[in-house]
Write a protein of this length. Structure first.
Length: 289
């Protein structure tokens, strides 16, 4: 892929975590768009799908036409398929290790995994900047969720009192979610004096009021069957309540964001966190001519 982004060459993609919900969604997204080509996939040595064909995993009609077999060897996989971009939707610790190896081999990683520590993020950022190879960490591939975070950031410049409620399925390990953490960061950067104390609170059960970040914004994490991915940012003021809400009902909402990230990372020479900066560049402000 051309550094200038002017080339029409197909972006070659390899996926880590192909058998998970996000891995399957990523593969289907790549297969659906002629600007991208899925050239490889890999997972851990113990994964039952290693050696299987990607089309078979996805239940595609042409599954009999085997062509992309899942490997358990990162080095072998990238050496054979020579990808431009790595889409990693594994666990945090695995994704960080994979991203480092990808950068060192000139491959641009797009990480769609939450729970990555600030220390690991800095290591990836420093390595990306040193090698001048683009990388992305995307807490949420949903374009609607990106807009929700941007609207919350704007509202945080005006409202002092705000709390976040994020709700996910019971298989989600990290709490708060990566989306909630990114939302908190975006709002905190507005520099507002959030949630000034009016009364001295007393928690009758530890944690009843949720966790809070350095900017004094509280976040509450719910994990229940029937939920997929949902978030509310609530702003309170005298006589009114503003809710900024986003709901994901299935993984198809991530397709557009995945393809956007896979394309955008090819024009970067450093690490970018979130789709917001990239997506907002194409938005014309109200009143602009």
């Amino acid at each position: 892929m051309s550094e200038s982004g002017t080339s029409t060459k197909t972006v070659k993609v390899v996926i880590a975590g192909i058998n998970g919900r996000m891995g399957r969604t990523g593969a289907q997204a790549v297969f659906s768009n002629p600007e991208f080509e899925l050239v490889g996939a890999f997972g851990s040595a113990s994964a039952p799908y290693v050696g299987a064909d990607v089309r078979s995993i996805l239940g595609m009609a042409d599954a009999a036409n085997a062509g992309i077999l899942v490997s358990n060897d990162f080095s072998e996989s990238v050496a054979r398929c020579k990808p431009d971009v790595l889409l990693d939707v594994t666990r945090a610790e695995v994704a960080v290790a994979n991203a480092k190896r990808a950068l060192e081999q000139g491959i641009r990683p797009v990480i769609g995994t939450s729970g990555i520590s600030a220390e690991s993020l800095k290591e990836l950022s420093d390595l990306s900047a040193k090698l001048k190879i683009g990388a992305m960490l995307v807490p949420n591939f949903s374009v609607g969720a990106v807009l929700m975070m941007e609207f919350a950031r704007q509202a945080a410049c005006i409202f002092q009192n705000v709390e976040v409620v994020e709700m996910h399925h019971t298989k989600k390990v990290d709490a708060p979610s990566g989306t909630a953490m990114h939302t908190l960061q975006m709002m905190s950067e507005s520099g507002s004096n959030f949630n000034p104390q009016i009364v001295k609170e007393k928690e009758l059960m530890p944690g009843a009021r949720g966790a809070k970040n350095d900017a004094n914004i509280r976040v509450h994490s719910l994990r229940l069957p029937g939920l997929i991915s949902h978030q509310e940012v609530l702003f309170g003021s005298d006589g009114e309540l503003l809710k900024v809400t986003h709901d994901s009902f299935n993984t198809s909402c991530f397709t557009k964001g995945i393809l956007l990230a896979l394309k955008a990372v090819c024009d970067l020479d450093h690490l970018v966190v979130g789709l917001d900066g990239i997506l907002m560049k194409s938005v014309v402000p109200l009143g602009a001519k």
